[in-house]
Ligand binder design. Structure first.
Ligand SMILES: C[S@@+](CC[C@H](N)C(=O)[O-])C[C@H]1O[C@@H](n2cnc3c(N)ncnc32)[C@H](O)[C@@H]1O
Length: 198
């Protein structure tokens, strides 16, 4: 059976690799491995998110929801070295890579862990995610219902979703749930959605 990148403990034999994240303001060399999302290059959707989404309108901890090997968390942490950045994933190999990449980049403001290890009282000024669309609509909705309520009253979430994977219907669903959602940008078939707390 095909193993998905959101498996908790990938059985895929380790095949270490690396990805260079090159943006206008940040350059990072990140270790990757088999069994994590987009292990051989920066995902195009992730790039669109990092090039489009601003820092949130208020200061406070940031969350990379579904961090993979850490390109979003580490870019945010490099842009704002004084802000705590939480990076969570259900894939233990991904969490370990993000932790190791943060250490190698000297980004002590990143905490990489499993979702359940984020203390309940931590809330976020910004949530950034290239969410796990392929885990299915019900799982995606559960994930968003779990984390969006943890936005500060003036915080924002930024989600990148491919148009052909349902960005417009996700935006509609978010609005129906009481989270005002707008399209912040669109590039190469990806939409960046900006979500405000309900
Ligand atoms: C599309 S990938 C994005 C990875 C990384 N942020 C990137 O841009 O390369 C989505 C990630 O969400 C993770 N994921 C799936 N279900 C999750 C859950 N319930 N909580 C946290 N992360 C989850 C997957 O393991 C995967 O690493």
């Amino acid at each position: 059976m095909t193993e998905h990148y959101f498996t908790a403990q990938p059985s895929a034999r380790s095949r270490p690799g690396s990805v260079t994240v090159k943006l206008a303001d940040v350059r990072l060399e990140l270790a990757t491995d088999a069994g994590v999302f987009s292990q051989s290059r920066l995902d195009r959707g992730t790039r669109v998110l990092l090039e489009t989404a601003p820092l949130p309108p208020v200061r406070g901890p940031l969350l990379d929801l579904g961090c993979g090997y850490g390109p979003i968390a580490l870019t945010l942490a490099a842009r704002r070295r004084r802000l705590p950045v939480w990076a969570v994933d259900v894939n233990d190999r991904a969490v370990a890579l993000t932790r190791r990449n943060a250490e190698a980049a000297g980004l002590g403001n990143v905490t990489a862990c499993r979702p359940e290890d984020v203390p309940d009282d931590v809330t976020f000024a910004g949530i950034y995610s290239n969410p796990p669309i392929r885990s299915g609509k019900a799982a995606l909705h559960d994930l968003l219902r779990t984390w969006l309520p943890r936005l500060h009253p003036e915080g924002r979430a930024y989600l990148v979703v491919a148009k052909n994977l349902g960005s417009d219907s996700l935006a509609r669903w978010l609005g129906e749930q009481g989270w005002p959602t707008s399209r912040l940008g669109s590039s190469g078939g990806y939409r960046v959605l900006e979500v405000a707390p309900g």
